[in-house]
Design a protein around this ligand. Structure first.
Ligand code: AP5
Ligand code: MG
Length: 214
């Protein structure tokens, strides 16, 4: 089962992708998490990606595509995966499509988690992230057991650098210009499914399971 999560920054792609990965036993692959891990470890890739991410801009396709294609070629991806944050541009989608076609394969579902812009800024300012294990919390909706500490690994939780209100606005503009066209792209391929992302996260997941099957 090969799934793509679409949706604006903060729509809940990561939240839902983790739940899908747990239920269906496929890896959750987030290009954003891969970049953040590289930034944390001070790699060359991380330094380069940070320049764009801090401004709310997309990391250039040349960097992003290679990382993603290397990742999905790993053994744990044989039965499928859920992609979160990739593709984000039409050229990225075309490269993925071609790579899959070369092995006689294709994307099964592109799930658009639909949340209007008004809700997004509020959500982002409440998000707290663990840069060690990738877990995500929300100070109102999903608070950690101890304030500022990750339930899963005990490390410190932070407000992501790109979750400041001004950067979130840039990310939304970039989303509408470069990523939203993918909704049409996957609609034309016949694999697009939309879910209302404004409801409680468990209810969003119920809607997704009804699409993917039990
Ligand atoms: P990335 O990490 O992918 O960020 P994003 O798309 O901006 O999405 P977010 O992770 O911010 O949001 P999400 O949809 O995962 O929401 P979440 O589940 O956390 O990318 C970051 C940057 O990396 C990009 O800006 C770009 O620079 C670069 N990059 C990454 N991939 C790239 C690519 N392919 N090409 C080029 N550049 C790339 O939820 C948000 C909050 O809301 C959380 O606090 C959560 O608890 C809460 N929440 C979730 N669901 C609900 C709900 N139903 N009700 C209430 N609260 C909810
Ligand atoms: Mg995310």
């Amino acid at each position: 089962m090969k799934i793509i999560m679409l949706g604006a920054p903060g729509a809940g792609k990561g939240t839902q992708a983790k739940m899908i990965a747990d239920k269906y036993g496929v890896p959750h692959i987030s290009t954003g998490d891969i970049f953040r891990a590289n930034i944390k470890n001070g790699t060359e890739l991380g330094m380069e990606a940070k320049k764009y991410m801090d401004q709310g801009l997309l990391v250039p396709d040349e960097l992003t595509v290679k990382i993603l294609l290397d990742r999905v070629a790993k053994d744990d991806c044989e039965k499928g995966y859920v992609l979160d944050g990739f593709p984000r541009t039409i050229p990225q989608a075309e490269v993925l499509e071609e790579a899959l076609a070369n092995i006689g394969d294709k994307i099964d579902f592109a799930i658009d988690v639909d949340v209007p812009d008004e809700n997004i800024v509020r959500r982002m300012s409440g998000r707290r992230a663990c840069l060690s294990c990738g877990a995500t919390y929300h100070i109102e909706h999903v608070p950690p057991k101890a304030e500022g500490i990750c339930d899963r690994c005990g490390k410190e939780l932070v407000l992501r650098d790109d979750d400041k209100a001004e950067t979130v606005k840039n990310r939304l503009n970039v989303y509408h210009e470069q990523t939203q066209p993918l909704i049409d792209f996957y609609e034309k391929k016949g694999v697009l499914k939309s879910v209302d992302g404004t409801v409680d996260m468990q209810d969003v997941f119920v809607a997704i399971v009804s699409i993917l099957g039990e």
